[in-house]
Design a binder for this molecule. Structure first.
Ligand code: GLN
Length: 537
């Protein structure tokens, strides 16, 4: 038995209130006070993981070192806390049911009727406690996805109720995040939606210990008193969360409101050490006072939903701040790019990033963007599919292999410069079957990537099925597309560069997943530096 404390974060009134950011900010404050903290997200949908979800549905799929395809909130957790997460940090209803059903088939419940209570709730409680039971954490924060009142989140709320009872007072607390809307016509903040959502939570046997109230306006003492009275909490336990200029302001805002202090008091943990946020605040200082600006074109096919590229846009924020540069993103839909309009669409950009993606929609536009960057000496960064497009473009336009393609786009392509690995050819199931998670990569010393990382052996996260085809390696290299990084075990090419270009780097992996506030990713930092140089002519 260890002394891990559990904090549950539930949401009320509406979705998209930012439970992930509130959870990550609280975790940051507790970490900055010297506690060891991790965060977990429980997602009530039936998919086993978000890997099979279209980005339009759920935004980016975040990949952990251990190869879990997870919710994008895990990206926030890592960016805030600067510590890696794993499969244990994201559990869906699909995964819960899958393990219960597997146990049932094995005969583990022999003779029993398998039911939501106790079997599903037991599995949920087990998943919540896996992280705490490692003994590595003083505090585990568990964010319950969805909104209180949703049918699908009921078993989770019930599991929270049971755990509160089992673990006892001062070992668990519930933070309920709600919206206090402003009615312009009445000129008033309204508390009723919060009252109703708390009532709903209480009907399931769970009373919130702390209310965090999202609002566009300051919440007066009177309103706080009213919320406290009707929601059964103390006035100091009503915390306002005003819209912030950046998500990275939220830890400081929550500190000013005393969120971490009331949390620690309720958990009977010491509050004497003040949070140390020196490096965090240095980052904010630089982020808010840039000395110059660069504009980067982000070419992707999901650009209507910026959340599809969350880790990339955040990596630009970290790298921009590290360079004291404001990074403006010009969002460009790859389907709209043609040879005719490209010079207009990309006019004036200081760097071009071709984003990851799947399937052939928009790939020809991505290839146009690579060519434009290569021929006009504009810093180019290709990530995963973006790197594959760079290889195809080079094969077509420099080697003259007009029919070069990826077998993902054309399965009978005569010149498959990008193709499926042998072991992938047998794979028929879509879920969790890509090359996933952290893989080593050996960098060539004389390269842009080595210059950026300052080391030869790196480890980066992957999420793809197709690979650079080594059959064409000699030809590509001889024509000037250098191999700058290789997987030492498999010989697969992970990085390509063009020496005659000021900054042209394509990586098969996803560097964006590892960029954090305190550790901006070296490749993004280097790309932004190159973009600044380009902007100065
Ligand atoms: N669709 C490509 C592959 O599967 C690239 C994937 C990606 O960009 N994440 O290899």
């Amino acid at each position: 038995m260890n002394n891990t404390k559990y904090i549950f974060v539930t949401g009320g009134v509406t979705s998209s209130l930012g439970k992930g950011i509130i959870g990550a900010s609280l975790a940051k404050l507790l970490q900055a006070r010297g506690y060891s903290v991790t965060i977990q997200k429980l997602d009530p949908y039936i998919n086993i993981d978000p890997g099979t979800l279209n980005p339009y549905e759920h935004g980016e799929c975040f990949v952990t070192n251990d190869g879990a395809e997870t919710d994008l909130d895990l990206g926030h957790y890592e960016r805030f806390l600067n510590i890696p997460t794993s499969q244990a940090n994201n559990v869906t209803t699909g995964r819960i049911y899958q393990s219960v059903i597997n146990k049932e088939r094995k005969g583990e419940f022999l003779g029993k009727t398998v039911q939501v209570i106790p079997h599903i709730t037991d599995e949920i409680k087990h998943r919540i406690q896996i992280l705490g039971n490692t003994g590595d954490y003083d505090i585990v924060i568990t964010e319950i996805g969805g909104t209180v009142g949703d049918i699908e989140s009921l078993p989770y709320i019930e599991a929270v109720r049971q755990l509160e009872w089992e673990l006892g007072e001062h070992n668990t607390i519930v933070i309920h995040l709600t919206l206090v809307p402003y009615l312009a016509a009445a000129g008033e903040l309204k508390t009723k939606p919060t009252q109703h959502s708390v009532k709903m939570l209480m009907q399931s046997g769970v009373s919130p210990d702390i209310l965090v109230c999202r609002s566009e306006h300051l919440i007066s003492d009177d309103i706080k008193r009213k919320l406290a009275l009707f929601c059964n909490v103390k006035k100091q336990d009503v915390i306002q969360s005003i819209d912030a200029e950046t998500i990275y302001d939220v830890p400081n805002l929550m500190f000013d409101e005393g969120l971490d202090k009331v949390v620690l008091e309720k958990l009977k943990l010491a509050t004497d050490k003040q949070p140390k946020l020196i490096k965090w605040n240095e980052f904010l200082q630089k982020f808010k006072n840039p000395k110059s600006t660069v504009e980067i074109a982000l070419i992707g096919k999901y650009v209507e939903l910026h959340d599809s590229y969350k880790s990339i846009t955040e990596a630009f924020i970290h790298a921009g701040a590290a360079n004291e540069i404001k990074v403006i993103i010009r969002w460009i839909h790859s389907e709209e790019l043609t040879a005719k309009n490209i010079s207009k669409k990309l006019a004036g950009v200081n760097g071009i990033l071709v984003a990851p993606g799947f399937g052939d929609r928009g790939t020809e536009g991505k290839i146009e963007a690579v060519q434009f960057a290569r021929e006009n000496n504009i810093p180019f960064f290709g990530i995963c599919l973006g790197m594959q497009m760079a290889v195809i473009e080079f094969a077509r336009n420099v080697l003259g292999l007009q029919k070069a393609d990826s077998t993902e786009m054309d399965k009978d392509c005569p010149i498959p410069v990008i193709n499926l690995m042998e072991e992938q050819k047998e794979v028929t199931k879509k879920g969790g079957t890509m090359r996933l998670g952290a893989w080593d990569c050996q960098l060539t010393k004389d390269s842009k990537v080595f210059e950026a990382y300052q080391k030869e052996l790196i480890s980066e996260r992957h999420r793809h099925r197709y690979e650079y085809n080594n059959v064409y390696k000699n030809q590509l290299e001889q024509a000037g597309m250098k191999t700058a990084g290789i997987n030492p075990k498999t010989g697969l090419v992970e990085v390509v560069e063009i020496d005659s270009h000021p900054w042209f780097v394509g990586v098969q992996y996803h560097p964006e997943y590892k960029s954090t506030v305190l550790n901006p990713h070296p490749l993004f930092v280097s790309f932004i530096k190159a973009a600044l140089k380009q902007s100065k002519g």
